[in-house]
Each structure stands twice: as C-alpha cells, then as structure tokens.
Design a protein around this ligand. Structure first.
Ligand SMILES: [Fe+2]
Length: 262
C-alpha cells in the first residue's frame, strides 16, 4: 500500500427513528447524503473512521449506522463520543468491517483510536488505561502515527466548548510528545473545522455529518454550514494532505475547504 486514504466522519447523532432530527437536521438522511457523496470516490479509499457521537443518546440508532457504513465495503474504525453508550456501541459494531478502539497498521502508518469518554459527562478524560494503551501503541511500531479521539485536547476559542474538552490534556500530550513519529491528531465533538500545528504535529477537528456549531462563539450557537466529512491522504514519507468536504444540499454539489478554520 503506497498512500493511505482515509475518510473521517464524525458526530452523526443518529436516533432510533430514521426520521429523528437534531437542530432541524434529519441526522440519518444527512449522514446518508454525506456517505453517498463519499461513495462516488470509494475506489480511492482504504478505510473509514468515525470519531464518536454515533447516536444521540438512543442506542437503537447503532443499527442504522451499521447498515449504512457496513455497505461501504471498507473497514470502519470507531470510537465512542459523549452521546454514545459504549457497551451498546461495542456490541452493535463487534464484527468486521467494524473495529472499536485499539489500533491498526495501514501501509507506513499506525492508526490509534483513543477513548476519551466519561460516563454521563459531556467533557472528556483519557483514563490511565487508555494513556497506557496509547503509549504502548505508539511505542510498539516504527511507523508514522495518527491518533483519533472524540474530544478536543486544545482550546477552540469558544468558552462553552472549552469547558467540555479533554480535562487532562496535559497527560495526553505528555504521552504524544514522547513519540516523534506521531504526525497528526484528529477529533470530532466540536462540530466545526479546525486545523493547526503543535510541535510539528497536525491538530485537526472534523465537522459533523449533521448540524454544525458556530466557531469562536462563547455561548452555544448553531452554524448554518452544511454537513461535512474529512479526506486524509497519508503518504509513505510521513507527510499528509487533508481537506474538509462540505456537502451542500442546496447547491446539490460540494464545496471543499483546505482545512483552515471555519
Ligand atoms: Fe456531537
């Protein structure tokens, strides 16, 4: 495998009812529209990653996710979000093409999936067990590495969101900083696009496949931007290219952003 091509989907917030909606968006139909767009380029994709909030507090929604993503024909790597039920998620997605947590090697890269959830809490925390597993996964390979996690480990310049990020991000970064082959960390949870660097590591947030949050808002506010997903191309030399693809229903077409802050 030369280049590794990933699609990151985040925060689909599915309900038990196929018609369930969040902030005016029917979440299943919205995710299906995003997948349909991505499927048009399926031949150039190696795997999918979903960074949490697969359901919106209704575990019966996992069946919709399994049906929709299972038909894509590619491995699907998942982590839970704060609106997920981790036990139900793991049982609903226990069989291939799904994998929940752990790590996987693809070409010259190791992909590590980190669980940042606390029971019944919106904020995130990386447990000692998860920190140790992360350290072992990053230390156990010479490959370049990319980490996926649900919650944000850095401030998003948004007071309400910054209260629900990873509350022990310093411990998270202490592990990450010990592994120089790490190239990128990408998360969901914040329902917006974000792209920066820290000590040479790309830090990315991926918007939701349903409704978005307004960047840089101190109070909760919904953004009018359309559903989106992220494309990632991980190169054999350790560099990566990425873009966020906004799937604009009104235009019936898509608009791409370079990954800059929305
Ligand atoms: Fe979410």
């Amino acid at each position: 495998m030369d280049m590794v091509r990933l699609l990151q989907f985040s925060d689909p917030h599915l309900f038990a009812s196929p018609q369930g909606s969040l902030r005016g968006v029917q979440t299943l139909a919205s995710m299906q529209r995003v997948l349909a767009h991505a499927a048009a380029r399926r031949g150039s994709v190696d795997a999918l990653v979903c960074t949490g909030d697969i359901v919106n507090d209704e575990p019966d929604g996992y069946a919709h996710f399994a049906h929709a993503l299972g038909g894509f024909g590619k491995p699907v790597y998942c982590i839970p979000g704060n609106h997920d039920d981790p036990a139900r998620l793991r049982s609903a997605l226990a069989q291939p093409p799904f994998q929940v947590g752990g790590h996987v090697d693809l070409g010259a890269w190791r992909i590590v999936l980190v669980d940042s959830c606390l029971p019944r809490q919106a904020r995130g925390h990386i447990s000692g067990t998860e920190l140790a597993a992360l350290d072992a996964a990053l230390g156990g390979s010479e490959r370049y590495a990319m980490v996926f996690v649900h919650h944000h480990p850095v401030a998003m310049s948004s007071r309400w969101l910054d209260a629900v990020g990873i509350d022990n991000a310093d411990e998270f970064f202490r592990v990450l900083d010990a592994h120089p082959q790490l190239r990128a960390v990408s998360w969901g949870h914040v329902h917006q696009c974000f792209d920066t660097r820290r000590r040479g590591v790309r830090l990315l947030a991926t918007p939701s496949t349903c409704a978005q949050f307004l960047p840089h808002s101190n109070e909760f506010a919904v953004d009018g931007r359309p559903p989106a997903y992220r494309r990632l191309a991980l190169q054999p030399d350790g560099t990566l290219e990425t873009e966020v693809v906004w799937v604009d229903e009104a235009a019936g077409e898509l608009a791409s952003a370079s990954g800059a802050s929305a």
